[in-house]
Design a binder for this molecule. Structure first.
Ligand SMILES: NC(=O)c1ccc[n+]([C@@H]2O[C@H](COP(=O)([O-])OP(=O)(O)OC[C@H]3O[C@@H](n4cnc5c(N)ncnc54)[C@H](OP(=O)(O)O)[C@@H]3O)[C@@H](O)[C@H]2O)c1
Length: 280
């Protein structure tokens, strides 16, 4: 089975497949096999980061597949400890070398780290990479409304995306609204709540009604709300099911029942205070 995934157009005209594979916590030694399996069932978008320490595995899969490089959208991210103008440029070169690619499709500042106050300076490095043609799009991750406001006031290039934690029990609507109002696409990370949201009553009930899995219901809910999603799975059946969410549709009531699950259940760190270096 292969699935064709629609693309969303970013604010600079670049197209991003709406469903991608996230590889957070996939060990580098198994990453090549997982990514190759994903490409076989139709994934054309892979989300990694320097801090995941598996860019080499992703790159190996890109080379092993028979697919043209241009067919696969690859995102990686700048580690917190590499923020700063010169250090960001050096870190980008290291990521590009680890991936073994000429061009990265999307490069993100992984966290704002407001306590260091270097994200504006770091953004200038990403703007330089964009101007040099080393990346097709640049964006941010974990940026709260106040970080977006500050960056937008000083940036020459508006970020293309904000990758933030979103799942039924954690929707941070203020961040989603600020992101959309500024013309950025939201990428939902931990879109399944790392599995924790899949047992919720409305999710299992709607899944049974459509004859699909709870994960497909939650991913379909994201898709209908216009977000890019990057679920992670190393399990072949889940990998295939998670991308197969374009053959059914949730009704308005079903969508609303999932939206009503919002309960501020954050899984990841709070970007207002997170300051870890991500360096080993
Ligand atoms: N920018 C950031 O700061 C940030 C932070 C966190 C994550 N991310 C990105 O977002 C991606 C996804 O987030 P995540 O890994 O935290 O969480 P997630 O995708 O919400 O959940 C992954 C977990 O759910 C399980 N799972 C996947 N598909 C399933 C299915 N169909 N049925 C039941 N369980 C299923 C996986 O298990 P198996 O793998 O065992 O199948 C894994 O334990 C990451 O890989 C990363 O690329 C970014």
């Amino acid at each position: 089975m292969t699935t064709t995934v629609p693309a969303i157009i970013l604010n600079n005209g670049v197209m991003i497949p709406q469903v991608g594979l996230g590889v957070f916590q996939v060990p580098d030694v198994t990453t090549q096999q997982v990514v190759e399996g994903a490409l076989e069932v139709g994934y054309r978008h892979i989300d990694t980061a320097a801090a995941y320490y598996n860019e080499v595995g992703v790159g190996a899969a890109l080379r092993a597949t028979g697919l043209p490089r241009d067919d696969i959208f690859v995102t990686t991210k700048l580690r917190n400890g590499d923020q700063g103008y010169d250090s960001a440029l050096r870190a980008f070169d290291a990521s590009r070398a680890a991936l073994g690619v000429d061009m990265v499709d999307l490069y993100l500042i992984h966290w704002p780290v407001p306590s260091k106050d270097r994200y504006v300076e770091t953004w200038r490095a990403l703007e330089k990479l964009l101007a040099a043609g080393a990346v097709r799009a640049i964006g941010v991750s974990n940026f709260l409304p106040e970080h977006l406001r500050r960056l937008l006031a000083e940036a020459a290039v508006v970020p293309a995306v904000n990758q933030v934690e979103v799942h039924p029990t954690f929707q941070q609507r203020d961040t989603l609204d600020a992101t959309a109002q500024a013309g950025l696409v939201v990428e939902a990370y931990s879109p399944l709540g790392q599995g924790a949201d899949l047992a919720a009553g409305p999710v299992t009930r709607i899944a049974a009604a459509h004859g699909v899995t709870p994960a497909q219901v939650v991913l379909r809910w994201h898709v209908q709300q216009g977000r890019v999603v990057i679920p992670k799975s190393v399990t072949p059946e889940r990998l295939a099911a998670n991308i197969d969410v374009f053959g059914f549709e949730l009704t308005d009531d079903e969508e609303a029942a999932i939206t009503a699950l919002d309960s501020a259940a954050r899984i990841g760190a709070d970007p207002a205070v997170a300051a870890f270096s991500q360096l080993r």
